[in-house]
Design a protein around this ligand. Structure first.
Ligand code: ZN
Length: 195
């Protein structure tokens, strides 16, 4: 296992659509290694999600951390492949995902990104989505997410389309350096985790 370098905004790999992953590739040692390395990198960088393009692999796979306090998805805990030891998040590995918006009304959260270090930005996104994806065993899965979980999914899955959260900040005054965010904004109940 190894922590991989996280690409930063400006690197062209972050800006292209990632390739679909075949069933064959899912079973390959290289792919299993990639997943292990993504987990280790996410942990090292203290993120709550990471997408393969962020470690330089332009493939459609992301790790997504879903806050456990969301009572609508108790079933997630049983299905989770890897649970954070702190138990704050349920972790899903999502391959070849397709997002369907189930509630186009928006909700806004302050987002951060391992590829955009030191900054926070306020992004409004559809507040409920369904994600159809393939799991690590190659089986089709579907999950509904709303609130912050929906934002985490959309943020991570945008990486697979070459999109960064900064692209989606409608009000450019709501982009802040971390120190200023902590000093002036966080007390308004914003979210804190990088993705
Ligand atoms: Zn990100």
């Amino acid at each position: 296992m190894a922590v991989r370098e996280v690409l930063k905004m400006g690197h062209p790999t972050l800006r292209v659509k990632a390739e679909l992953i075949s069933q064959e590739e899912l079973q390959s040692p290289d792919f299993k290694q990639l997943i292990q390395d993504m987990f280790e990198t996410m942990e090292e960088e203290q993120g709550i999600g990471i997408a393969a393009p962020q470690v330089g692999i332009s493939k459609q796979v992301a790790i997504v951390g879903i806050p456990n306090e969301n009572p609508r998805y108790p079933e997630l805990e049983e299905e989770s492949k890897n649970s954070d030891e702190e138990d704050d998040f349920t972790i899903l590995v999502v391959v070849n995902p397709k997002v369907t918006i189930t509630d186009p009304e928006t909700s806004g959260f302050w987002e951060g990104c391992l590829s955009v270090p030191g900054l926070k930005g306020y992004v409004e996104r559809p507040k409920a989505i369904r994600v159809d994806y393939t799991d690590l065993e190659g089986k089709p899965q579907s999950i509904d997410a709303d609130g912050f979980a929906a934002t985490v999914f959309q943020h991570e899955l945008d990486h697979l389309d070459g999109v960064l959260y900064v692209d989606k900040i409608a009000d450019k005054t709501k982009l802040s350096f971390m120190d200023e965010y902590l000093e002036f904004i966080e007390n308004e109940g914003a979210e804190e985790d990088d993705q």
